[in-house]
Ligand binder design. Structure first.
Ligand code: NAI
Length: 266
């Protein structure tokens, strides 16, 4: 774990899982732009992770890295402790880490290991990491709970509610997040913690690189209201606004960041 020196006042400390690259990096940058010191977690500390840490520091904020696999629930106490100890109490958790299916095909043939892996990271890992961190946050002073100053944000996907044949295990593993987010919103309100779900559409990252052509054709065909690829920054900006408390009377909601893909039409 590394931390840089910086004495600038901040609205708090944010912890972003899967923050090494892609959407997680954009979220980390947006949080830094809003004045958060940022601790990122990921399974690997590589050049990409270093670039993200540098980017946070270039924005004038402190940055630290905590290596760990969120699917390893037995390791969560260490993970949370290291993140907490980096710069002090965490005021914002972003559950961004997630994995796509490596198996794309008929749901009648999905291997047990594939569904287990996806549920382990996308659902079970996020649930228990949140549980562990929420208990620590609950032990801190919160001010007026009707004006939450802290937040927990889940990055789900449109596939939490929209079925895509060929990645059924991914859809299933993400489908519990809206309920998880709603339940945590109710449970944590008394501690001044707002809980939000952000639902990305099709975002240009490493995760979508292998299906770029398929999605690119669909995007170009004008299949939805704002026919362009989503960028990681589109998600980052939304999370930044939520974490900064700019929507102070909202909790338990789902924010679509998808160019209108979710709109039902006749
Ligand atoms: P990505 O693959 O570029 O980044 C995901 C990051 O999470 C990686 O750095 C990876 O190492 C990390 N990670 C994976 N498993 C982990 C684990 N067990 N513990 C800790 N870190 C782990 O993917 P992207 O596109 O940035 O996705 C971020 C989130 O957004 C994911 O939850 C994904 O499901 C969600 N999402 C992405 C969409 C897209 O079109 N790219 C659309 C909808 C949702």
């Amino acid at each position: 774990m590394t931390a840089s020196d910086n004495s600038k006042q901040t609205p708090g400390v944010a912890f972003v899982t899967g923050g090494r690259r892609g959407i997680g990096r954009a979220i980390a940058y947006s949080l830094a732009d809003h004045g958060f010191d940022v601790v990122i977690n990921d399974i690997a500390r590589d050049e990409s992770a270093e670039e993200t840490l540098s980017g946070i520091r270039e924005r004038g904020m402190k940055a630290a890295f905590v290596k760990g696999d969120i699917a390893q629930v037995d390791d969560h106490e260490r993970l949370v402790s290291e993140a907490w100890d980096a710069f002090g109490p965490i005021s914002c958790l972003v559950n961004n880490a997630g994995v796509q299916t490596a198996y794309r095909g008929d749901m009648l043939e999905i291997p047990v290991e594939s569904l287990d892996r996806l549920i382990g990271v996308n659902l079970r890992g996020s649930f228990f990491l949140t549980q562990r961190l929420a208990k620590r946050m609950a032990g801190e002073p919160c001010g007026d709970p009707t004006h939450p100053k802290r937040s927990i944000i889940f990055v789900s996907t449109g596939n939490a509610v929209v079925a895509t044949q060929g990645q059924a295990d991914y859809c299933i593993s993400k489908s519990g997040i809206p309920m998880m987010s709603t339940l945590y919103a109710l449970r944590l309100a008394e501690y001044g913690i707002a809980v939000h779900e952000v639902r990305p559409g099709i975002i240009r990252t490493d995760m979508t690189a292998d299906v770029f052509d398929k999605y690119d054709n669909w995007v170009k065909s004008g299949g939805f209201a704002l026919p362009r690829w989503g960028e990681a920054e589109d998600i980052g900006k939304t999370v930044g606004v939520l974490a900064a408390g700019l929507l102070p009377y909202s909790t338990g909601g789902a924010f679509h960041v998808d160019g209108g893909i979710h709109i039902r039409r006749t």
